[in-house]
Write a new protein. Structure first.
Lengths: 246, 246
DNA sequence: TCTCGCTTTTTGGTATGACCAAACTTATAA
DNA sequence: TTATAAGTTTGGTCATACCAAAAAGCGAGA
């Protein structure tokens, strides 16, 4: 309707400021409600401009924003993909900023400390109220960790997997998401670390101690074992290759 | 310069995909390094297009993206403001997504549980290693909380302030940021709750109990007091106005 | 001299229309 | 049936134009 309204926006921008905001809000809605199917490609821009009666400029801006919010995933020349948000998405959306923060003084240390803090509470919680199947998963993760002692790459994977089980014990999706965050943000600083079967063994022993304490329902022991484990790892990393300004 | 290269982009997009990405990266750099002064307005779009030898489209897209990443704060018709990122910024950047997640089944409950989880660990930590000045701040916050019992609005403020002190004890900027997150995400569900001097008194008593336990260096007691406090509050909110699908 | 209100001048928000190159489709030849 | 070539979207950009609200000047009055 009306092909001649120029700056005088059409029917979309009913209220204030940016028309893009309207489009953003609308698309956001359609995504979360499922009107736009998850993992499906977004309609073509030229379609959207018709649907929203807006210019490509506006549509494009909306897409860019939604993309950086993690609600849609857009590779350079491809059709954007709809991504229904979850806690992991939320975390990765801040990835960029966090990475900057980490590069500042004490950034990595702060993040690592927070991890220690969380996991301390996690193991206490585990010791206090882990279910049978939680223990089972823990035992299994521990076993896999042990059998990978000689293979440093595999060990790293089983190591994080073991810790991952801890994050899943509270049955709260927020924690696994946090774990993902730690993995992706801290990993770069870990991967550079020289691994060896000797150190792997040490770490495995730590895991074992944590596990034992949990099984014995001893939160204090579990916490202590966890702290020793993570503090030692930190010291090792710190001494290994970074001066002290992590 | 060359005023006649059309689709054949100029000198910016040296490599792949989107020219906007280049601009984004560059501006991001300038922001974190301080080349673009913090809290100062961003250069005008028309300047940026000159500086980056890019079209307005691309500049605009970059700005939109940086904005939703929290590196720039842009009100509708005003000049965007440069915001050097901090942990709070990072958190608020995910605010939108989180709000969606909260509206889903159990969303609020999960977030609240995570808060309880964190604060349990926080009070333990406080009981274990709060410094004299930490205790001082706590005492002060408690006093202000007490003197606001009769004024529900003020009480709410002093309440969160008291908890805020807890988040600051570990001297890790990540925790205060998390607290900000909880405040802004959980607040909407709290503000609707009917407050009364009676309930305020109850809550104050809880704070007092927590404080006492911390002063007495009794982490278990502190944790217990905290749990009772928060669980009670949750129950109250839950019973008050929401069925049970928070 | 300082302030308030009125012009200009900027500057953000949008709309159009074009064009290119890479994706995607479809028709065609092997 | 499959490999391939031709044709058609569709995302990425640029250039230009216009509007309205901000911001910056400015000049009269306190």
């Amino acid at each position: 309707m009306s092909g001649s309204d120029h700056g005088t926006h059409g029917s979309v921008a009913v209220q204030s400021g940016r028309a893009a905001d309207t489009v953003i809000a609308e698309l956001e809605q359609q995504i979360v409600t499922g009107a736009l199917e998850n993992n499906a490609p977004l309609p073509a821009e030229r379609n959207l401009m018709e649907q929203f009666n807006a210019s490509r400029t506006v549509i494009r801006e909306a897409i860019a924003t939604l993309s950086s919010r993690g609600l849609i995933e857009s590779k350079p020349r491809y059709r954007p993909i709809v991504r229904k948000p979850d806690y992991v998405t939320a975390l990765t959306a801040v990835g960029g900023i966090v990475r900057h923060l980490l590069s500042e003084h004490g950034g990595v240390k702060n993040l690592y400390d927070s991890r220690v803090f969380i996991e301390r509470a996690l193991v206490r919680e585990a010791a206090l109220s882990a279910q049978k199947d939680d223990i089972g998963l823990l035992r299994q993760a521990l076993a896999e960790n042990e059998s990978a002692i000689s293979d440093s790459d595999a060990f790293y994977a089983t190591d994080t997997a073991f810790h991952g089980v801890l994050y899943r014990i509270p049955k709260n999706p927020i924690f696994p998401a946090i774990h993902e965050g730690y993995k992706s943000w801290l990993a770069p600083h870990w991967e550079k670390m020289l691994r060896s079967p000797e150190r792997n063994l040490v770490n495995f022993k730590s895991h074992e101690a944590i596990f034992t304490a949990i099984v014995e329902r001893d939160p204090d022991a579990a916490e202590e074992a966890l702290v020793n484990h993570l503090k030692a790892a930190w010291e090792y990393v710190r001494v290994t290759f970074d001066t002290d300004q992590l």
